[in-house]
Design a protein around this ligand. Structure first.
Ligand code: NI
Length: 283
C-alpha cells in the first residue's frame, strides 16, 4: 500500500485505500507455486496476489508429484486451480505409473486444464521422441473431459505446429501456448487453430532481442490474449534483477506492458484477458 512519510512515520493514504477497492481483475494463467521455492512463504505470496487483484491463479504442474501438489493447493486456496501433466523436460524422469496418475487426477474437480506439455529443443533432458509421445498423450487425454491444454514450446515451433495441425484435424483444439516466444506466423497459426496465446515477463524486457516478441504480442486478437507470470521464473521488468523469484502478484506488470504496447488502457487489457481466462478455464 502506498504510504505518506510524515515526520518519519508511515501512514496509509486514502489513494492507497481507493486502489485496494478498485483493484483491477487479473488471472495469472501460469504459475508453478507448488514448487519448493514457495514452501517458506506460500500464504504471503497468495495474499500479495489477492491484494494486487489477482482473482485466480492456474497452478501448472510439471510432473505427477507436482500435479498432486497443485491439486492440494487448489483444495486449500479458493483462487488456485490446478493443471495436471508432465512437462516435456520432465518426461524422461517419469516413473512407471506416473501417466496413469495424471489420467486419474484429470477428473478431479479442481483440475481445469492439462499440462504443461509440449516440446522443448532448447534443453536436452528428454529425447524429442519421448516428448512427442507425452505431448500426444496430453492432447488425446484432453478430449474426454474437454479440458484445455497448457502448451510449452521452446525452439521447437516447427515440430510443435505439425503435431497441433494433426490434432486440430481430429477435433477442435482448446488451450494456450504459454510464455509465447515464437514468431508472428506461428502465433497467427496458433490463433487459427483455435488456441490462445499467453505472454509472460519476456514481453516486458527492454533488450533489443525481445522487440520482435512485443510486435507479436501487439498483433494477437484481443479475445485470444492471456497473461501469466510463469513464477518462479521470468521476473518482469522493472523487478528483473531485483527480485530473484517471480510471483503471481507481478502479473500486473505484464498486463501494464501489454496494454502500453497494444495502445489500450490497463483496465481494458485486464478485463479482456480476465474474461478470456475465465472462458477458457472456468467456462
Ligand atoms: Ni511453466
Amino acid at each position: 500500500m502506498p504510504t505518506n512519510r510524515i515526520r518519519g512515520h508511515q501512514y496509509p493514504t486514502t489513494s492507497g485505500l481507493a486502489q485496494l477497492i478498485s483493484a483491477l481483475p487479473y488471472i495469472d494463467t501460469h504459475a508453478h507455486i507448488e514448487l519448493e521455492e514457495f514452501d517458506a512463504d506460500r500464504d504471503a505470496v497468495v495474499a500479495r496476489a489477492r491484494h494486487a487483484g489477482v482473482e485466480a491463479v492456474l497452478c501448472v504442474a510439471v510432473s505427477a508429484d507436482s500435479s498432486r501438489a497443485a491439486i492440494a493447493l487448489a483444495e486449500r486456496y479458493p483462487e488456485i486451480h490446478a493443471a495436471v501433466g508432465i512437462q516435456p523436460n520432465c518426461c524422461a524422469e517419469a516413473a512407471q505409473g506416473d501417466w496413469e496418475r495424471i489420467v486419474a487426477m484429470a477428473d478431479h474437480r479442481r483440475v481445469v486444464a492439462l499440462g504443461e506439455t509440449g516440446l522443448d529443443r532448447y534443453w536436452d533432458f528428454t529425447p524429442l521422441e519421448v516428448q512427442r509421445d507425452y505431448f500426444d498423450r496430453h492432447l488425446r487425454l484432453a478430449r474426454q473431459p474437454g479440458l484445455p491444454v497448457v502448451i510449452h514450446c521452446r525452439e521447437a515451433e516447427a515440430d510443435l505446429m505439425a503435431m497441433l495441425r494433426e490434432a486440430a484435424a481430429r477435433e477442435p483444439l482448446r488451450g494456450v501456448v504459454h510464455a509465447f516466444s515464437g514468431d508472428a506466423a506461428t502465433a497467427a497459426e496458433c490463433v487459427e487453430l483455435g488456441l490462445h496465446v499467453s505472454f509472460a515477463g519476456m514481453v516486458t524486457y527492454r533488450n533489443k532481442k525481445f522487440r520482435r516478441l512485443r510486435d507479436v504480442a501487439g498483433a494477437i486478437p484481443a479475445d485470444r490474449l492471456l497473461i501469466e507470470t510463469d513464477s518462479p521464473y521470468l521476473v518482469p521488468h522493472p523487478l528483473r534483477g531485483k527480485q530473484k523469484r517471480n510471483e503471481p502478484a507481478n502479473v500486473t506488470l505484464v498486463a501494464e506492458c501489454l496494454a502500453e504496447l497494444r495502445g489500450v488502457s490497463v483496465e481494458e487489457l485486464s478485463e479482456q484477458t480476465t474474461a478470456n481466462a475465465r472462458r477458457l478455464f472456468f467456462g
